[in-house]
Write a protein that binds this ligand. Structure first.
Ligand code: ACO
Length: 365
C-alpha cells in the first residue's frame, strides 16, 4: 500500500530493531527485558546518544548535566500566560519547547531532554492556577519529574516505575514520530525542530495519544461483566479500541508485558495504588482481543504498548491528560539519537509522489 509506506525501509539505524513477527524489541544490542526495570532513564539516554556527540560524558556526568539542563529550561516557564493555559498539556508543552533555540550540540540535546520533564508538571500546575515548582538538579530525573508535580519527593518505587516506563518507550524503530523527526533533521534544521516534529506526530490518537482514552474506556466500562457488551457496541459504531493493534507487531507488543511487569512491581511495593484496576484491565483486554478476533478474523490485532501504559502511569500518579507528554519525555531520547544519526550518516529525505490529478486542459484536448 502506498499511503502508509508499509514495509518500506527508509533508514539504516544502529539504534533499535522491532521484530513484528517475533514480538521482540532490541535497543542498541540489548533486549527490552534487559533494560526495562533494570536501567534508569539517564542510563538509557547515554546508551542511545553514545557515538552521536563527541563530547558525551560518562553516564554519571550526563545525569548531572541533565539536572543542570532541567534548571536551565525552567526559566521558560515564565512564558506560561493565559493563552497557553487554554491549550491541552501536549500543546502547551510543545509551545514552551518551541522557545528553545535550535542547534546540533549536546547542550541543545540535553535541554530538549529536560523540556518535557520540566514543562509538563509546570503546565499541569498552571491549569490549576498553581505556580511551577523549580527542579532539583541533584535528584534523579524521574524523581524530579514527580516532585515537580506536587513538591513531594516520591517513593523510590514510584520513581523506579516511571524509569521503567521511560526506558520502555525510549526508542522503537521508524515509528511515525521518529520518521517525522528524521525527515526534519535531514534538512539540517536542527534538533529543536526535529523534536518539535516528533512531538507533533506523537500527539495523534493513532500514535501516542491513545493511553488517555484507554483510561476513559476503563472508566466507562466500570466492571468486568460490562466489558464485552461495551466493546462490541464500540466496534459496532465503527470505533477503534484504544490500546490494540499495531502497524508492525502481529503478535503481542513486548512493551505491553514490560509495562505490566513494572505495574506489578509497583503494586507489590505499594499495594494501595491498585484500586482493582488490574483485574478490570485484564478482563477488558481479554474481551477486546476476543471481540477483535471476531470483528477482524483476517487481521491479527493484539495488545499494544498503550494499554498497560495507561495503567502504569495512572498508578504512578500522573493525570491521564498528560500521558502523551510523559510518552514524549521518554521518546525524545530516541528522536534526538535518530536526528543525530540522520545528520551524521544520512541524506536529505525527499521521496516522490505519484500524480493522479487531472491533466492540464490543453493536454487533455
Ligand atoms: N480497533 C478496531 N479495529 C482496528 C483496530 C483497533 N484498535 N486497529 C486496527 N483495526 C482495524 C482497522 O479498522 C482496519 O479495518 P479495515 O481493514 O476493515 O478498515 C484494520 O484493522 C487494519 O487497520 P489499519 O489502520 O490499516 O492498521 P494500521 O497498521 O494502520 O493500524 C494502528 C495501526 C493505527 C495502531 C491501529 O491498530 C489503531 O488505530 N489502534 C488503536 C489506536 C492505538 O492503540 N494507538 C496506539 C498505537 S501504539 C503506538 O503508536 C505507540
Amino acid at each position: 500500500m502506498i499511503g502508509g509506506l508499509e514495509g518500506v525501509v527508509a533508514a539504516e539505524t544502529v539504534l533499535s530493531a522491532v521484530d513484528g513477527e517475533g514480538g521482540r524489541l532490541v535497543i542498541r544490542g540489548h533486549t527490552l527485558g534487559e533494560l526495562a526495570g533494570r536501567t534508569s532513564f539517564e542510563q538509557v539516554a547515554h546508551l542511545l546518544l553514545e557515538g552521536f556527540f563527541d563530547d558525551l560524558p560518562d553516564p554519571e556526568a550526563l545525569a548531572r548535566r541533565l539536572g543542570a539542563a532541567r534548571a536551565q529550561v525552567f526559566a521558560h516557564t515564565t512564558a506560561i500566560d493565559e493563552t497557553l493555559k487554554t491549550l491541552g498539556p501536549i500543546e502547551a508543552m510543545r509551545a514552551l519547547t518551541a522557545r528553545l533555540a535550535d542547534g546540533d550540540d549536546l547542550d541543545t540535546a540535553l535541554r530538549l531532554l529536560a523540556a518535557p520533564a520540566v514543562f509538563t508538571p509546570a503546565v499541569l500546575r498552571a491549569a490549576r492556577s498553581l505556580a511551577p515548582i523549580a527542579p532539583d538538579p541533584a535528584l534523579g530525573h524521574t524523581a524530579d519529574i514527580l516532585r515537580m508535580l506536587d513538591g513531594r519527593i516520591p517513593s523510590p518505587a514510584r520513581a523506579a516505575a516511571l524509569d521503567a516506563y521511560l526506558v520502555t518507550v525510549s526508542d522503537h524503530g521508524l515509528n511515525a514520530s521518529t520518521f517525522a523527526a528524521r525527515v526534519v533533521a535531514s534538512t539540517q534544521a536542527g534538533l529543536t525542530s526535529a523534536v518539535l516534529a516528533g512531538i507533533s506526530a506523537l500527539k495523534g490518537p493513532l500514535h501516542g495519544g491513545a493511553p488517555g482514552p484507554v483510561i476513559e474506556m476503563l472508566d466507562a466500562i466500570g466492571t468486568p461483566e460490562n466489558a464485552a457488551p461495551w466493546l462490541q457496541a464500540a466496534l459496532d459504531r465503527g470505533e477503534r479500541l484504544m490500546g490494540f493493534g499495531h502497524r508492525v507487531y502481529r503478535v503481542r507488543d513486548p512493551r505491553a508485558d514490560a509495562l505490566k511487569g513494572a505495574y506489578r512491581t509497583l503494586n507489590v511495593a505499594e499495594p494501595a495504588r491498585d484500586p482493582g484496576r488490574l483485574a478490570l484491565a485484564e478482563a477488558v483486554e481479554a474481551a477486546a482481543l476476543e471481540a477483535l478476533r471476531q470483528a477482524k478474523p483476517d487481521r491479527r490485532l493484539e495488545t499494544n504498548v498503550e494499554f498497560y501504559t495507561a495503567l502504569l502511569l495512572e498508578a504512578v500518579g500522573l493525570p491521564h491528560e498528560a500521558f502523551t507528554c510523559v510518552f514524549a519525555m521518554g521518546r525524545t531520547t530516541g528522536w534526538l539519537a535518530h536526528a543525530r544519526e540522520q545528520v551524521l550518516s544520512g541524506r536529505l529525505i525527499r521521496p516522490q509522489s505519484a500524480y493522479v490529478g487531472p491533466a492540464p486542459e490543453a493536454e487533455a484536448a
